[in-house]
Ligand binder design. Sequence first.
Ligand code: ZN
Length: 445
Amino acid sequence: MLSALIYKVRRRQRLGVIDDLSRKQWLSLAQLQEASDVQTRKLACHAASHVPYYKKEFQALGLDPAAMDFPGDWVRLPVLDKDILRQEYVNLVSETDHGQQSFVNHSGGSTGKPVQFISDNILYTRMAAWMDFVFGWAGWQPGELRLELWGNNDRTLPPTPWQRWRAKLGGSFAVPVYKYTEKDLFKWWQVTKQLRPTIIYGYSSVLADFARFLESEGYRPTGIKGVFSSAEVLYPEQRLVIERVFGCKVYNQYGSRETPCVACECPEGGMHLFIDWNRIEFVGSGHGNDGDSEIVITPLYNYAQPLLRYQIGDLGRPRVESCACGRGYPLMDLNVARSGDFLRGADGSRFYTSLFTHLMDGKGWVRAFQFVQKAENKIVLHVVAESGVEAKSLAANLEAELGTVLRGKMGNELIFSVLVVERIDRTRVGKHRYVVNEMQNVRSA
Ligand SMILES: [Zn+2]
């Protein structure tokens, strides 16, 4: 296949990283932990010598990065949150060539706190290699095409012959998804038939919308080896409909712009943490409904602006068991909640996204929804109804049903209403949010 040949010639660097990953995945947990410590120490030494913010931090702690213990000495370093990154942005940049050979990146619009940071140039190749590597877990081969339901490009569909040709040779085609209607979903289906991808990659909510559309119209995609879901929490109902319609497994992924390539689900369903790419810590407990921890990540290959112990704003938990697939990378719990995505009860207690999404289980007439907390005692549920249903009466029933449940959990003063809307806007970075807290200073509460 010509496209496979082009891939092998053009992606030489990427192939080197993939080979490395292919070998390392079968190392033992202890060997991978050792590799993680080695990379962490290397980055810490760089930071302590060449990054003004960390020169001060290591000095103040009297910590020699070359001699420090893991995890004992390491956890003495303070956690870096988004506020510190914003304030110390300049002081966090490396004084070496890494700081020069880099690009400015942005993240985090979904929690209402966008942040700017700097990524090392080498991260492009590494991220692309990692993606190709995990696509390989689903059986993807070089030269095969992936369809990305991702991004905000202004491309119009269907693609021109030239765009199709480029996509075939380049191995990917991205469909703009920030705003879409049923007409667009039909165009995506046409693109799928034309380009015959083996991998589909995108936001969980978009993938599920597309799958529901295909199912309701009776369209059956073929030849898809894996669907990769990223950037949002993947809910069980979404997984079911995607797997049913695309006829393959959904692979959940976890990472962020600042900390790419953190975890990916393997064919056996284990969410593996790539600890030699990102050092991952689960700090504290009792933050979520079920005692989840704050996830703290050190991306180990960003020398341009090292982020040591970066508090990403997500909650999760580690799993101690090993995976049936035999890979040594440790596991985490699949459900990751944004720590900013919670609503607050009258007594100040927090209720996380998963509670609200569970309330909507089995509500087949609802195409999309969003719980919005307007004030301490006021929550409005926005719903987009499927076409052809009696939305008004269904909404009234839903208001009565959920009102009782929510008042039981969040306090009797709660005023709960359901509003049928035409659409629910995505965030600036294109994510769908199931829960929005419009009250001020919710994070410091
Ligand atoms: Zn596994």
